[in-house]
Design a protein around this ligand. Sequence first.
Ligand code: RIB
Ligand code: CA
Length: 323
Amino acid sequence: MKKVILDCDPGHDDAFAIMLAVQHLDVLGITTIGGNCILENVTKNALKVLEVLDRTDIPVYPGHSCPMTVPLVTAPQFHGETGLDGPVLPEPTVKPRNKHAVDFIVETVMNTDDVTLIATGPLTNIAAAINREPRIVDRVTEISIMGGSVTFGNWTPTAEFNIYVDPEAAYRVFNSGIHVKMSGINLTRQCCLTAEHVKKFREIGTKTANLAADLTEFFIDTTIKSASLSGANMHDACAIAWLIDSSLIKAAAMHIDIELKGELTRGMTVCDYRHLRGADPEIDLCREPQMDFRGEKPNAEAALELDFPGFMELLYKTLKNYN
Ligand code: RIB
Ligand code: CA
C-alpha cells in the first residue's frame, strides 16, 4: 500500500477522498487547511468523517488557517456554513493532534521513505513544508492534487478554487521539483454524481453509505443552485482514485506553471501541451515532448480523461467494505 499524507479541507468531496484513501492507501496522517471553510471547521469535519469510518486511529493535524499572502476565500455556497452541511453528525470524540500540519509533514517525510503527498485543498501547508525543509522535495515520491485545470476554471473563468485561494503556494509546489499529478476541473467535471447514485448509496444501507448519500444529496443541491451543473462533481476523490488505480485516468505529461499577476488570470494553471497538438490521443498522450518542443521540460502529468464507470465501481466497492 502506498504511504500517503492527505492534506484536505473537508468539504463534501474531500470526505469522499478520505473514504477512498483510508481504505486503499496507508494514510500516515491527515492534515487540514483552511479552504472550503475555516480551519477549525474543516478539522472538525475530518475528525467526524474518520469517526463514521471507525478510523479514529488516523491522526489529524491542523495546518494553516489562511493563504500565504492573501485573505482566505471560502465556499459556503457549495459546502454550507459548517463546511459539511447536510448530514447530521455527532461532535467528534477524538481531538486533533497537538502538532502543526507542517511539522508533521516535514518530520514524516524526513523519517519515512517513499511517502506520496495528496492535496485536495489550497496548497498552503505543502508549500510551507517545502519552504521549511527543501529536502522533502527529493524524498517524496510525488504529489497528487485536486486543483487547477487544463482548460476552464470554476472560481473564475480561468482559475480553479484550490489554486485561486493560494496561487503563491501553488507556484511554490509546481516549481519545487516534486512531480505533480494534477486532477483539474477539466477532469473532475467528468465525475458527476446524480440522484441515481444517491439511491444506490442508500440501497447499501450502511452508516458510511448513508453518509455518502447525505453528502451527495446536499452537494448536488448546492452545485445545481450555485453552478448550474447537472450533479455533484466529486472532485477530490479523483486525485485519490488515480493513486489507487492508475487505469482510471488518462493523463499527459506537460509543463504547468501558475499565473500570479494577471487581472483575469491570477490562479490559472498555465498548461503547455503544444507538444500534444495533432498527437494521436490513443497513442501519444503520455509521450515525452519531441526535441522540437519549445516549452520547458514537463513537471507534471495532467489528467485528461476519467473512466467514470470504473470510478463508480471502485466507490461502490469501497462503501460496501465500510460499516
Ligand atoms: O474546485 C474544487 C475544489 O475546491 C475541491 O477540492 C473542493 O473541495 C474545493 O476545495
Ligand atoms: Ca477540497
